[in-house]
Design a protein around this ligand. Sequence first.
Ligand code: PHE
Ligand code: FE
Length: 284
Amino acid sequence: MDGVRPDFTIAQDWQAYTEEEHAIWRLLFERQQKLLAQRACREYLDGLSRLGVAAGGIPDFRRLSDILERATGWRIVAVPGLVPDEVFFAHLARRRFPSTCFIRRRDQLDYLQEPDVFHDIYGHVPMLMNPVFADYMQAYGEGGLKALRLGHLPRLARLYWYTVEFGLIATPDGLRIYGSGILSSAGESVYCLDDPRPQRLRFDLKRVMRTRYRIDDFQQTYFVIASFEELFAATRPDFTPIYRELADQPDLDPAARLPEDRAFPAPLRGGRKKIGPQSIAAQV
Ligand code: PHE
Ligand code: FE
């Protein structure tokens, strides 16, 4: 493709966005703001508000990167779409987050098969403002290059799916969202917390690595971490022996339930509390 560099990056060409494209961003943004105020984790909401330039329309990656880089050393690089695994991991390992540039059409507000700029920027980038999560993502990039070499990428990809894309976190106010695939989806932001159908299981590294996932529907299982420190500590050890151990174990269905799983109770009907200063204090 024209203008694609050897590392698969392109120029964002921010000037070329139309007023209609910016309007679609604002529509998605405002809709999610209402849903996420009481559903997203504090770290996400914090990151988003510190990236204030994202509210007015599709952000200019350079301006956004300048804020992000000062916070955690990450930058956003523009890519034309999904890039080869090796390229993706290499960018993450260098603290560069590959983001698509195009935005969905107005008749696709609710569902899109592939990532667009709203998913990549609104969903992923605010979490990269958090220092622990920022380190986790870099470590994941390095781990991805290793998993590729060892031939165990599918197991590592499940970790990404069930944390970075669809993760939940337990807080004193109840479960909250940190996974980008949920944060950029109006339907799933409600479903993952409020619907009795999916199961919500305590995060367990090997359990996650064995669990297949669905890309064409809401998840049947969410994994819940206690903190980002816990997630990073659980993923820090060398995965080589874990990959070897799991090679002899069967994969699990997305809806599987094992006797040793620790499940969170199905949600109750009723109001949810806003995260306020008091509950933040309770978490430190
Ligand atoms: N510890 C992992 C490995 O050895 C790397 C990793 C860290 C993967 C954090 C994911 C997240 O492969
Ligand atoms: Fe994503």
